[in-house]
Design a protein around this ligand. Structure first.
Ligand code: PMP
Length: 361
């Protein structure tokens, strides 16, 4: 069929297929995955669950067993939890359900690019309240003003790619002073200090929604499992519009085993947090390199000649990180996922070579 583009819905015409710019590399620290080996006991529990899962029947659409386990994790019940095919599906469904023409979504860039992409696909106007380029803090007055008559405001805590937490007081202020739905994306919160989550506020605030994922701390990015903790009315609204079988039987089995045995991942998360400190200390030693404090499993660093360094890391050292240097507000920035000790050493060694004053080409 010729001239497909003109038949496409106008809001979708500027989108291109997703390209993670992935090239096979010895060390891949580009996608904020959990690169640590899964504890063998947990892997065994997951394998056992997979082996006993029949494949001939459709999944439970709402994944109720998994919902119950997730609800127990947060001291609530299943009516406040909905699962999705990764956090991504839930983000899309939230914008599909609550966004749309005339229903604005407020974001605080630089943040996770999918918010604005999904909003645009759903024809929701995006109102951007940019962060302070020095420390990425959010202007609370500007945000409250932008959110006043918006459909939804999205905060990311810790934020991707900047690593900072959204202040709890800001979340409360948005709930108190505006009528907007407030989504707090806590995809990385397990790497933050205890008490950083606002999930406990959901029970008091019908407009607060907290997004979580098993892709990061749980090391299950490939299984595609995310969930939202929210008011039962939000859960029902999303349940009504979702693809009913988006979370398949294998994912449900994996998720249930992982959440039930979640204590087994605590050591991995603690290792990543310790490695984040070591990576930050190593970066501080490199000439011309500065890094922001991060509460997540990645560190944002400003590097001289960043794009060229990114290329040379990939081509000469087989180390892949994420290049943000062409994103407004992130000039010169690379995002480095915290890997294993050996991976972080490989990255630091390569950066030491590439940032030596005499090595810059
Ligand atoms: N939110 C943020 C801030 C993210 O960085 C990501 C993944 N990179 C997601 C949500 C979605 O993750 P997933 O779909 O793997 O659950």
């Amino acid at each position: 069929m010729r001239d497909v583009t003109s038949r496409l819905r106008e809001a979708l015409r500027s989108f291109e297929p997703y390209d993670p710019a992935f090239s096979p590399c010895r060390v891949n620290l580009s996608a904020n995955e959990n690169t640590h080996p899964m504890p063998p006991e947990l892997r065994a529990a997951i394998d056992e669950a997979l082996l006993s899962t029949p494949l001939n029947r459709y999944p439970d659409p709402m994944a109720n067993e998994l919902r119950d386990a997730l609800a127990a994790r947060h001291g609530t019940d299943r009516s406040r939890v909905i699962v999705g095919n990764g956090g991504d599906e839930l983000l899309f469904n939230l914008l599909f359900a609550f966004g749309g023409p005339g229903r604005s979504v407020v974001t605080c860039p630089p943040d996770f690019a999918e918010y604005a992409n999904f909003a645009q696909m759903c024809e929701a106007p995006v109102r951007r309240v940019p962060r302070d380029p020095r420390d990425f803090s959010i202007d609370a007055d500007a945000l409250a003003a932008a959110a006043a008559d918006a459909a939804m405001v999205i905060l990311t805590s810790p934020n991707n790619p900047t690593g900072d937490l959204a202040p709890r007081a800001l979340v409360r202020r948005l709930l108190d002073e505006t009528d907007a739905l407030v989504l707090v994306d806590e995809a990385y919160v397990e790497f933050a200090p205890e008490g950083s989550s606002v999930v406990d506020l959901v029970a008091q605030s019908p407009r607060l929604m907290v997004l979580r994922t098993l892709s990061k701390a749980f090391g299950l990015a490939g299984a595609r499992l995310g969930y939202l903790v929210a008011d039962p009315a939000v859960v029902d609204a999303l349940a009504a519009v979702r693809q009913i079988y988006s979370v398949d039987v294998l994912a449900q089995a994996v998720g249930l085993a992982a959440v039930t045995h979640r204590d087994l991942m605590a050591g991995v998360v603690a290792d990543i947090v310790a490695e984040r400190g070591r990576l930050a200390a190593g970066l501080a030693e490199l000439p011309g390199v500065s890094a922001w404090t991060s509460a997540a499993n990645f560190v944002l660093a400003r590097v001289p000649d960043a794009h060229r360094v990114w290329e040379r890391l990939r081509d000469e050292h087989s180390v892949l990180v994420r290049d943000f240097s062409s994103v407004p507000g992130l000039e010169g920035c690379l995002r480095l996922t915290v890997g294993t000790r050996a991976e972080n050493d490989a990255l630091l060694d390569a950066l030491a070579v590439l940032t030596r004053r005499d090595s810059q080409s």
